[in-house]
Design a protein around this ligand. Sequence first.
Ligand code: CA
Length: 218
Amino acid sequence: MNKILIAEDEAPIANLIRTVLTDAGYRCVWASDGTQAADLLEKEPFDLALLDIMLPGFNGYELLEYCRELEVPAIFLTAKAEVEDRVKGLHLGAEDYLPKPFALPELLARVETVLRRCGKTERVLRLPPDIEIDTASRLVRRGGAPVALTAKEYDLLLLFVQNKNIALYRDRIYERVWGEEYLGDSRTVDLHIQRMRKKLGLEDRLVAVYKVGYRLEV
Ligand code: CA
């Protein structure tokens, strides 16, 4: 599980980012000022840092120096969307730059891209005893044999494998995989999950949780 530092002084924004990334299977640690962020960076290993630029204590540019020394890739999150700031951030060695307000799917996509580019993701995820997911080629194998999944079935499988033993709510599942607001039609989620778990022989392990959604038991 990748560990991400969120250096952001505005609690509502930090909470939103943390919720989205936690749902997507990342472990998040929040620092509300630059000094705390620098302490955390020195104390614990992180796979990625999301840095607000205007922060009390050390600012985002200063924190980037720490990140570079510790070889932690960084993405700037900032309201300062002007071109020169963007250029300055990238010039200093940030991996990416996300101007606020940003769409949450875009944040997720950039986080995934940077982690992959920096070799921080495990390319092959395993679901014992016999399922393997190659996240680069999006190929799924069961007992060594390829299993043909649709794009949505693949995304669902990945979501459950990244959240083993956690009960996932239908609305979160829908919003994460379909990228749209859940309007209460549970059939779409149920149908796709039924087909996916049948293809993979997960009927006994990917179980319905009453009034919630589903849980992958490992
Ligand atoms: Ca700020």
